[in-house]
Design a protein around this ligand. Structure first.
Ligand code: HAM
Length: 428
């Protein structure tokens, strides 16, 4: 027996129905905000990630799946989606006709992290990137889009944490301040924070180690140190979030693990996820398009961790969309009935009705048991009686009621029962 690789998961039915449901809602909502889908490869040149995410980040230093291909080129399984989307934006000159491009993507990402609850080596993200808009309104509007998705999914107990990381002008000044503050404390910082002390001392601010938390508790505040331009930008973001009636928590110590962020950054955390509690995260990355060889176009985006979102939806939805959702089961008694049912099954399926059956001419009891197991909502029974009267018995599995319906009226009856059920479900 060959097992799957640690940190790589199979996603099985009925859970796949939850995935499909989330993906459908996300696509629908993102399209209404003017985003279109982009599909980029799973593999890119290694340099794309080291240049964009940052040489000294955990992702680039420790977590990338990097290989030499047969031509000797260093390639990497994408650890995130922003860099490949930026690469595609530049490569296809999407900015040429209009610098504004709003793109979203869905798919697997790969990071060699230590697997635990909510953390995997292959995980899926749904992400969105808005290029070409300096205006802080896009930061707030994109966050509103994300929050709407979570509301549509009826998520509870989620918190939006926001911060501003300043820009390429003011952050280096803050960095100096922080280095001065931490200099004599450096030997007591955790190993990771010591190692990245000169290059990225800000990471010490949101380090989880107890000593680092204590040592940085009186550190100068980043939000007090950002320049006027960054302050005005951040004020506008907050103002627009309030206009959208979105609650947020200001977290001046939140520093993200990717180097490309400037100004607005955020994380959405959720109760019930354990220590890996960020279900989505993102921010502004003005300067990244230019750094990767494109024009100086600003960007703002986010990515949702699908597995974590599925965990929340599973825990919070009253009735997950399961395999039985809208399922009709065709029970047939005898060879004659099996043959007579064929045109009807074909019509129902081609008209979009989910229909399942059993094989091998089983008894009615055994077929009913199978229908029950699959969670079928309606069972159609075709036996000698029905054949003689050119009709079918339609059984509503929920109420137990059944009715003989002429062949031509079966579809109508099924649709009426399914609509009724839908109404009951949406009232719940
Ligand atoms: P990130 O914070 O690295 O940002 O990842 C975003 C989300 O992906 C996390 O909040 C988490 O839900 C999920 N995630 C990350 N790593 C794992 C893992 N090992 N297992 C399961 N879920 C995980 C980015 O990736 C940025 N590209 C987001 C962004 C888009 N910023 C701007 N645009």
């Amino acid at each position: 027996m060959i097992n799957s690789i640690r940190g790589f998961n199979d996603i099985l039915p009925p859970e796949t129905y939850i995935w499909q449901h989330i993906e459908k809602e996300a696509r629908e909502i993102f399209e209404t905000y003017g985003f279109s889908e982009i599909r980029v490869p799973l593999v890119e040149r290694t340099g794309l990630f080291s240049r964009s995410i940052g040489e000294t980040t955990d992702i680039v230093e420790k977590e990338m799946y990097t290989f030499l291909d047969k031509g000797g080129e260093s390639i990497t399984l994408r650890p995130e989606g922003t860099a490949p989307v930026v690469r595609a934006y530049i490569e296809h000159k999407l900015y040429a006709s209009d610098p504004v491009a709003k793109l979203y993507y869905l798919g697997p990402m790969f990071r060699y992290e230590r697997p635990q609850k909510g953390r995997f080596r292959q995980f899926y993200q749904i992400g969105a990137e808005a290029f070409g808009i300096d205006d802080p309104m896009i930061d707030a509007e994109t966050l509103e889009m994300l929050v709407s998705l979570f509301q549509r999914l009826k998520l509870e107990g989620v918190t939006l944490n926001i911060n501003s990381l300043g820009c390429k002008e003011c952050r280096p000044l803050y960095k100096e301040k922080l280095i001065n503050f931490l200099k004599d404390k450096k030997p007591s910082l955790c190993q990771d924070c010591q190692r990245r002390f000169e290059i990225n001392p800000l990471r010490a601010l949101d380090c989880k180690s107890k000593t680092c938390i204590e040592l940085t508790s009186l550190a100068p505040s980043l939000l007090d140190s950002i320049c006027e331009g960054c302050k005005t930008h951040f004020e506008k973001v907050k103002e627009h979030l309030s206009l959208y009636k979105i609650d947020f928590h200001l977290n001046p110590r939140m520093v993200r693990g990717l180097d490309y962020y400037v100004r607005t950054t955020f994380e959405i955390t959720a109760e019930g996820l354990g220590s890996q509690n960020a279900v989505a995260a993102g921010g502004r990355y003005d300067g990244l398009v230019k750094d990767i060889g494109g024009p100086d176009v600003p960007g703002f985006g986010f990515a949702i961790g699908m597995e974590r979102l599925v965990m929340l939806v599973k825990g919070q939805r009253q009735e997950a969309e399961g395999m039985g959702q809208g399922l009709v089961f065709m029970a047939m008694l005898g060879e004659k009935a099996e043959k007579a049912a064929i045109p009807l099954m074909k019509t129902l399926r081609s008209n979009g009705i989910r229909l399942e059956r059993d094989y091998g001419s089983k008894s009615i009891r055994s077929q009913m048991r199978r229908a029950d197991k699959l969670g079928a909502k309606i069972v159609l029974i075709l036996g000698d009686d029905e054949l003689a009267s050119h009709s079918i018995t339609v059984k509503d599995m929920e109420s137990g009621e059944q009715e003989k319906v002429p062949f031509e009226k079966v579809e109508e009856k099924i649709r009426a029962l399914l609509t009724e059920r839908q109404k009951v479900m949406s009232k719940q």
